[in-house]
Design a binder for this molecule. Structure first.
Ligand code: BDP
Length: 697
């Protein structure tokens, strides 16, 4: 199945002159490491190089035991590699030759970094740990697959972020909350039920981009999922952990805060209750007996009808710390989500603005969390809209570990039927200057721990994969999965460079394909934004499933998402002076920038201000004309997307081509529906005609 191998497709290197020469370079792969992770690195290198150069290298490794399965011993790697040229891969401790080649500078690699260096024909990949060697192997393969010259390599890499997590929103019935690529690869019919080969391939994809942690069940953990922390489920979960471990990925579980009641039969889940504490400590002991390197708990508490400490008059620090104490002695983490707001109240006064909620709840708790607690904060204050300001909570807490949460799955961004490459959006978030400490405190420095000198931090994101043969439904949505991991490893990479890497590895070396695909990816977020909710106001989707236009879908509902359109104007006043005060949650010049109608960036105008339709944007257009223009434009540009993709017929695998083409057709049709619904709505509300007299009814 084309598409299944994603960016690990390992297409043949095209330039036959180079590949002939290069193939000499890789006559063998050798290592002194006996570890499963280094073995995975070796088999990845062997497969990749075999496919890219159509010549399988010889493999020389120590057997896992002193003697191999049949009693034979492999040659010592240091003697085997005397001949020809090849790849030496592994840890410094187990490979004397790597120590010779790299000398002293290896200290700076840390636990997960690696170095690559070409010396006398051999390409050396060295690291302090097996997983570092694995990352190095994937890096070399990426260089080869993207056409780099493999001679004279001199690479040193280490990840910017300690935690690089994937969150599955998979349910035990096999469904996936907000999943758009088929059912779960983890569960079926109320049971943990997986194909180990498929899980391993997912682990390979994740590890190749540097992901090092995965929570395997939905943050909304219900009845059966609540029991995952018990011996009913732990043996199967341990099998999953075994697979992920080989690829350097620690497994976490989403827990149900009320599990002591629902599973343990206790009368309460009060975090200060002694029996509750004991119950969680016992669960932790059971879990670590089954999974010695278990990562910890991911917790959605007091959020969207999930139970939490509020029920018992306790705060979130008390809830999180109780769990942290249970995991502490085992080295586990509590990843506590800040998506806490009241989803059952209508707009009453300024305090009820949903955008304020995370900050209002958590800021006062700064410094109250244990060191093994990390807060997981959604990138924006609302909920993964195509355009939102950056959450003001990021950076505001100086004495608290933080990770930023992104949504790879395209819940509000076209559900993997529309093309929407999200890496540019994430980059904008990461580069956003928070002013938490002077003016060198962008979000990426907050979450990597450097701004506030925190030992723990990083990234989390909701996965976009399912059991579909190509993992993500839309074949080009794989770029989001890939790009997330790459950014978590190195937030300095540009969105375009990531797109190009991905396209080259996925489709092979054709310039025409690469240029077309990169161009489409890079335009896609802007196109999607232009035909959906305007100027940062968000929502305007059908309630519940969140696909397709419905301008007033949530307008008179209790979920706290409003646009306040009337005959005179539109937008939410979140200023301090006359609105909800949300703008005042920002630090430094950001507060003033958002407060001021003159300074607020156009793209967020309606998030922060309620303005008349005739209000003139910095672009010179009125708000109403901007709405009309962008919607006509967006619908037109989706038709172009279809044509741009169609130009690649015959150049990409037929089933990938067809799957994407069908989606581009759907997107083009659907963008017209968006255009017409939104333009008509605002035309009828405002009565202001389109300056260009296009058809609006
Ligand atoms: C929203 C989703 C909902 C999730 C929730 C969350 O609509 O399905 O459960 O976020 O993040 O975006 O917990």
């Amino acid at each position: 199945q084309a598409g299944y191998r994603a960016w690990l497709a390992y297409h043949p290197r095209v330039d036959s002159a180079t590949s002939k020469e290069d193939s000499l370079r890789y006559g063998w792969i050798a290592s002194g490491d006996r570890d499963d992770t280094v073995r995975a690195a070796i088999s990845e290198l062997a497969e990749g190089i075999g496919a890219m150069y159509s010549e399988l290298p010889e493999i020389h490794v120590f057997p896992t035991d002193a003697a191999g399965e049949n009693g034979a011993r492999d040659p010592e790697p240091d003697t085997a590699i005397g001949v020809g040229t090849g790849i030496l891969v592994g840890t410094f401790a187990a490979n004397e030759r790597l120590r010779d080649i790299f000398g002293v500078e290896v200290a700076e690699l840390g636990r997960e970094g690696f170095a690559i260096r070409t010396r006398e024909g051999a390409t050396a990949i060295g690291a302090h740990t097996p997983v570092g060697a694995l990352y190095g192997a994937f890096h070399l393969l990426r260089l080869l697959a993207t056409g780099a010259d493999p001679s004279g390599l001199e690479v040193i890499e280490r990840p910017a972020n300690k935690l690089r997590m994937m969150n599955q929103w998979d349910n035990i019935d096999g469904s996936i909350e907000r999943g758009y690529a088929g059912p779960s690869i983890f569960y079926k019919n109320d049971a943990i039920d997986f194909d180990p080969a498929r899980i391993r391939d997912y682990a390979r994809l994740l590890a190749s981009t540097g992901i090092n942690a995965i929570s395997i069940n939905n943050v909304n953990a219900h009845r059966l999922e609540s029991r995952f922390v018990t011996e009913d489920y732990l043996p199967r979960i341990a099998e999953l952990a075994d697979i992920f471990r080989v690829y350097g990925i620690r497994l976490l579980l989403s827990i149900n805060f009320a599990a002591p009641i629902e599973v343990g039969g206790l009368p309460t889940a009060d975090p200060l209750d002694a029996d509750v504490k004991r119950w969680w400590r016992d669960r932790a002991a059971d879990i670590y007996a089954a999974i010695p390197d278990f990562g910890g708990f991911l917790v959605k508490a007091d959020s969207e009808n999930r139970p939490g400490p509020f029920t018992y008059g306790r705060g979130h620090a008390e809830g999180a710390n109780m769990l942290a104490e249970a995991l502490e002695e085992h080295g586990g983490l509590v990843v506590w989500r800040c998506f806490v707001y009241n989803c059952k109240q209508d707009w009453r006064d300024r305090k009820t603005d949903r955008a304020r909620a995370a900050y209002d709840h958590f800021l006062p708790l700064d410094g109250a969390f244990h060191d093994n607690v990390v807060l997981q904060i959604k990138n924006g204050p609302m909920d993964f809209q195509v355009r939102e300001p950056v959450s003001p909570l990021l950076g505001a807490m100086e004495r608290t570990n933080q990770v930023v949460e992104f949504q790879i799955t395209q819940e509000y961004t076209g559900q993997q039927r529309h093309l929407c490459y999200l890496v540019p959006q994430w980059k904008a978030v990461l580069d956003f200057e928070t002013y938490a400490k002077g003016n060198a405190s962008p979000v990426k420095r907050v979450v990597d721990g450097s701004v506030h000198d925190r030992a723990l931090g990083g990234f989390a994101a909701v996965s976009n994969i399912g059991a579909d043969a190509n993992w993500t439904g839309h074949p080009l949505a794989q770029a989001n999965l890939y790009g997330y991991g790459r950014l978590a490893w190195n937030p300095e990479l540009s969105a375009e460079a990531i797109a190009e890497e991905w396209a080259l590895q996925t489709f092979g070396a054709s310039r025409q394909v690469t240029d077309a695909v990169v161009g489409m990816l890079m335009d896609s977020l802007d196109i999607y934004e232009s035909y959906t909710a305007p100027l940062g106001v968000g929502w305007m989707v059908n309630p519940n499933h969140h696909y397709g236009p419905n301008v007033d879908g949530y307008e008179y509902d209790k979920w706290g998402t409003y646009h306040f359109a009337d005959r005179d104007g539109v937008g939410v006043d979140r200023t301090v002076l006359t609105g909800t005060g949300y703008a005042g949650q920002y630090m430094g010049p950001n507060a003033g920038m958002y407060e001021s109608l003159a300074e607020c960036p156009d793209e967020l105008l309606l998030f922060f201000h309620h303005v008349p339709y005739g209000h003139r944007l910095k672009s010179g257009r009125t708000v109403i004309q901007h709405i009309y223009d962008t919607h006509f434009d967006g619908a037109r540009r989706t038709e172009e997307l279809t044509r741009r993709w169609a130009s690649l017929e015959g150049l990409v695998a037929a089933d990938v081509y067809d799957a994407a083409l069908a989606r581009f057709h759907e997107q083009a049709e659907h963008a017209k529906e968006w255009r017409d619904r939104i333009n008509t709505y605002f035309y009828r509300k405002s009565g202001v005609p389109d300056e260009q007299k296009r058809a609006i009814y």
